[in-house]
Design a protein around this ligand. Structure first.
Ligand SMILES: [Fe+2]
Length: 390
């Protein structure tokens, strides 16, 4: 998806002999989407990427869900899910608690102070929003330095690990069943960001250098397709050599970070609908962000949203920073998630409209996931439900 990039040592022609200092051949691997018919990258490994020593089951964190029944808008307090002791032990991969999910997308949350194992998600792309904290995300394409406000987009099948630094990392994990990327309407036919897009190639931060690590009998935790629609299972693969053995790669498929601070808000004289806030799209879901911005400047504008029945969607808002004007007085604060399901209208909190009149600027930061099929509650969603929001 993003744009062509070349990192490290690659041969002038693809699919030709490429040798290291000892004369040994590097092993070329194509990582590509949609059966050789979409974006891909070519990676040059020191070892054989297909080698396997052993495999055993990996018991995934609880992936069970229950319906949102009776149908209710809900307020989930994610910060209540982890205390200091839990976060010191948790890692970004195995410590995730499932908040909401359906067959298209799963949203989980973790506060993680520990290094994760090597991991790849073979069921879909991941988009991890870093609520707070810093980490190095090491990948087979090289390392990403990430911090508060970054989206970290990891393509399906990318081997990587999360190494928090300087304290626990709060991570809001959006796992697609399939792929996720910038909205098509912001891209040219050849994939370049268009002038009306709220961000562009310069805002994406891919790995800058390859990373070669030596090791033997290395474990890689693989999350993959399981029984049923959107079902998951886990396997630990033991591989003979360290999977970070890539001396160079090129192509259009790779992990990257993108800071929400680099999203340029689109504003208007009257209220702009949520699609102007969209940052990514997946199959049957979208990701939007509400960033600090100048608000509607018509002299009679109503800056907070109108009540709306978005009849095809469940809307999930994650409140990250600032004062969320439309929810004043509702008990919602940092770390809150609201679920507004299809089939029920929603809008500003009672009393929020009048104080917003005449406002020139909203200091709010929120990440929204809208799904086109209903969401169910995971164990982390049930455990953090305040039971009072409706
Ligand atoms: Fe909404």
């Amino acid at each position: 998806m993003p744009y062509y990039r070349q990192v490290g040592d690659v041969p002038r022609k693809r699919h030709t002999q490429h040798r290291g200092p000892t004369g040994a051949l590097y092993r070329e691997e194509l990582v590509g989407e949609e059966g050789f018919s979409s974006d891909s990258s070519l990676l040059y490994h020191v070892g054989v990427p297909a080698s396997l020593v052993d495999a055993r089951p990996w018991e995934l964190p609880d992936q069970s869900t229950v319906p949102n029944a009776p149908l209710l808008p809900r307020h989930l307090d994610l910060h209540a899910l982890f205390d200091d002791g839990q976060s010191a032990r948790a890692d970004v991969v195995t410590g995730r608690r499932l908040v909401l999910g359906n067959a298209d997308v799963r949203i989980s949350y973790v506060v993680a102070g520990a290094a994760s194992p090597l991991y790849r998600n073979a069921a879909g792309d991941e988009c991890v929003y870093v609520e707070t904290g810093n980490a190095v995300v090491e990948t087979s394409f090289g390392a990403l330095e990430v911090g508060t406000g970054d989206y970290v987009v990891i393509p399906r099948g990318t081997t990587h690990r999360w190494l928090p630094s300087g304290g626990p990392l709060r991570a809001y994990c959006i796992e697609a069943d399939g792929h996720l990327g910038p909205p098509r309407r912001y891209l040219s036919a050849a994939g370049q960001f268009l002038e009306h897009a709220p961000y562009c190639e310069r805002d994406l931060r891919p790995p800058a250098d390859p990373q070669v690590v030596t090791g033997t009998d290395v474990e890689v935790f693989v999350k993959h397709r399981g029984p049923g629609p959107g079902g998951l299972a886990g396997t630990v693969h033991v591989v003979p050599e360290h999977p970070f053995d890539v001396v160079g790669w090129d192509g259009c498929l790779y992990p990257y970070a993108f800071s929400v601070r680099d999203f340029e808000p689109i504003t208007g004289r009257v209220h702009q609908p949520p699609p102007v806030h969209q940052v990514f799209e997946g199959r049957a879901f979208v990701v939007c962000n509400f960033v600090p911005r100048k608000v509607d400047y018509h002299p009679l504008a109503v800056p907070v949203p109108y009540y709306h029945s978005n009849v095809d969607s469940d809307e999930v808002m994650f409140y990250v920073e600032g004062d969320y004007e439309a929810r004043k007085g509702s008990g919602i604060g940092r770390g809150s998630v609201t679920l507004h399901p299809g089939g029920h209208s929603h809008g500003p909190q009672p009393g929020a409209v009048e104080p917003s009149l005449g406002a020139e600027h909203f200091d709010e930061l929120a990440v929204m996931v809208d799904t086109f099929r209903p969401l169910q509650l995971g164990e982390g969603g049930t455990a953090s439900d305040d039971g009072a929001y409706a």
